[in-house]
Design a protein around this ligand. Structure first.
Ligand code: 13P
Length: 251
């Protein structure tokens, strides 16, 4: 059985104080929930205070990106070791917004994934096709390339700290969720890609999250699909109540 994961990607939202408030509000709302990994990803500047607010709870903390070197002359970057040092257990890598606006490529994603694993973090690697790619019938080719190149060089033993997030770019922030069957089809394909590039046992165990306009009212249908193991939630994770409802409905 794959343990579900519900992760909230707060993107570039909330001042430090607001992030702490949301995390604090979330604590009692998910305290009794068992059987789901709950993760929140605030902005870099809020990570340390949110880590403190979450101390002793089961809610886990993710950064939204990292660099691949440990330290050095890389102005503006943050290393995986630094994230682990302040209490992050997870890091999101290769989000489509980073690919789209900040020049992230499958190669940089792979370097970051390997570095983050080296530092003991759990990585949430994001992949997903654009609308153009879907309409031109290249969805599977894109997913196969992003998964294969993003996970290149990883072995079966690394994969228990890898979570894949399938986020169709056309569904992000648009209110237009992939249908349950569209998402399931993509997830099953991604799982078969992991089987080809690593092995079947690893593919059966890897958790694949869906992301793109996930809300309390569509999570149950998505979670009912055999290859969907959770969600990476953007907008609906900014509010503690709606995020907590997603966590509860995920069961
Ligand atoms: P929305 O839930 O706002 O569509 O964002 C999804 C996302 O990009 C999560 O990483």
């Amino acid at each position: 059985m794959r343990r579900p994961v519900i992760a909230g990607n707060w993107k570039m939202n909330k001042m430090s104080r607001e992030s702490v408030d949301t995390a604090t509000d979330l604590l009692p709302l998910v305290a009794s929930v068992q059987g789901v990994d709950v993760v929140v990803a605030p902005v870099f500047t809020a990570l340390a205070p949110v880590a403190k607010a979450l101390e002793g709870s089961t809610i886990q903390l993710a950064a939204q990106d990292c660099f691949w070197e440990d330290a050095g002359a890389f102005t503006g970057e943050v290393s995986p070791a630094m994230l682990a040092d302040i209490g992050c257990s997870h890091v999101i890598i290769g989000h489509s917004e980073r690919r789209q606006y900040f020049g992230e490529t499958d190669e940089t994603v792979n370097r970051k994934v390997r570095a983050a694993l080296q530092s003991g973090l759990i990585v949430i690697v994001c992949i997903g096709e654009t609308l153009d790619e879907r309409e031109s019938g290249t969805t599977f080719a894109v997913l196969e390339r992003q998964a294969t190149e993003g996970l290149a060089g990883l072995r079966a033993g690394d994969m228990n700290r890898v979570i894949i997030a399938y986020e169709p770019v056309w569904a992000i922030g648009t209110g237009k969720t992939a249908s349950d069957s569209q998402a399931q089809e993509a997830h099953a394909f991604i799982r078969s890609t992991v089987a080809s590039c690593i092995d079947q046992t690893t593919a059966d165990a890897v958790r694949i999250l869906y992301g793109g306009s996930v809300k309390p009212d569509n999570i149950s249908g998505l979670m009912g699909q055999p290859d969907i193991d959770g969600a990476l939630v953007g907008g609906a994770s900014l509010d503690a109540d709606s995020f907590a409802r997603i966590v509860r409905y995920a069961l």
